[in-house]
Write a protein that binds this ligand. Structure first.
Ligand code: NAP
Length: 297
């Protein structure tokens, strides 16, 4: 089947809280890199046409000045672009956002207070033009030793009880953070940096999520160790060989590998390029053999 005819349903589904989403989603951070707003809007609309119904964002996804550290000209917020492209929102669309340290010098190295978390939730509501948020991840900066998430997660649980948030998740955490949060309120997802060649310490976290029915949502699945700077050209011999055998790109194999790590693993590849979007969605249809998986590690 031609790449552009494969839809996100090829990746199968997962129940995220009370909503069913396709396991192939979309990450919106990269959209801000391009000064061409119209292109970003087109990419978002095309993602939804291709069946994507799980979009990841944050009010601090902005260029210039945000996590990517790129861009010139007027500030572009991913949340504003999502509203511009997709409101009024399709019934089945789940928008997951996150709150926590942002990227300005004042807050990048410290955790936010409950009042600041509420302010960030309100900013997300305002920019997305919604009266509630589907999923909010508490994003933390992991520190050695005692770094409890309890107070901050409890603050978000209060906003959930008040109806501003439907479901809660965590980002950049360890299993002990998940334990702590689950004692306070249900956790529907964990979002961490994870790829076949990066952050494999999180294999245990991925497994713990599966055992507890929590979605594991890796970011940098394509970028790997390249992180914010993006996808490098060097994917390693195994990825290149498996890609050749399937007649697809190494980036698609990285995504396919991600989806093969368990039925609870959701992909949120980020791109501002319509062709890459179609390739990423199509990666949900790739079926890797046991030999492929052994080779990829
Ligand atoms: N919780 C957190 O702390 C956190 C942190 C970072 C990101 N995130 C979320 O996770 C999402 C995914 O992360 P990410 O976007 O940084 O990384 P990613 O999805 O691993 O990779 C994105 C990079 O790969 C390139 N790319 C994407 N598809 C491609 C394809 N088919 N062929 C070739 N290159 C391709 C993109 O460039 P092009 O634009 O040129 O395609 C970009 O450089 C983000 O968008 C964001 O929503 C969360």
């Amino acid at each position: 089947m031609p790449v552009e005819e494969i839809t996100a349903s090829a990746a199968g589904t997962w129940t995220l809280g009370d909503r069913t989403v396709h396991r192939m989603g979309f990450g919106s951070m990269r959209l801000t890199a391009d000064p061409d707003r119209a292109r970003a809007v087109r990419v978002l609309r095309r993602a939804v046409e291709l069946g994507v119904n799980h979009i990841d964002t944050a009010a601090f996804y902005v260029s210039p000045g945000g996590p990517l550290g790129v861009g010139t000209g007027p500030r572009r917020y991913a949340t504003d672009l999502i509203r511009e492209a997709l409101a009024p929102y399709p019934e089945d669309l789940v928008i997951a956002t996150k709150v926590g340290p942002s990227f300005d010098e004042a807050s990048r190295h410290r955790e936010l207070t409950p009042a600041e978390l509420r302010r960030d939730v309100e900013e997300n509501l305002r920019r997305l033009g919604r009266d509630h948020l589907d999923v909010v991840n508490l994003r933390i900066v992991r520190r050695e030793g005692r770094d409890s998430v309890a107070e901050r997660f409890a603050a978000l649980a209060e906003l959930r009880d008040a109806g501003l948030i439907r479901h809660l998740g965590l980002s950049n955490v360890r299993v002990d953070h998940l334990d702590e949060a689950q004692a306070i309120a249900p956790v529907v997802c964990v979002q961490n940096a994870y790829a076949l060649d990066a952050n494999r310490w999180a294999d245990d976290l991925l497994r713990a999520c599966g055992e507890r029915g929590v979605a594991f949502v890796p970011f940098f699945a394509i970028a790997g160790g390249g992180r914010e700077s993006g996808a490098g050209g060097d994917h390693g011999d195994a990825v290149r060989a498996v890609a050749r055998a399937h007649g697809v790109t190494p980036h698609q194999i990285r995504l396919a590998w991600t989806l093969h790590q368990g039925p609870h693993v959701l992909a949120i590849p980020g791109t501002g390029d319509p062709e890459h979007l179609a390739q990423n969605v199509a990666a949900g249809a790739i079926r890797l053999s046991a030999d492929d998986l052994a080779r990829l590690g």
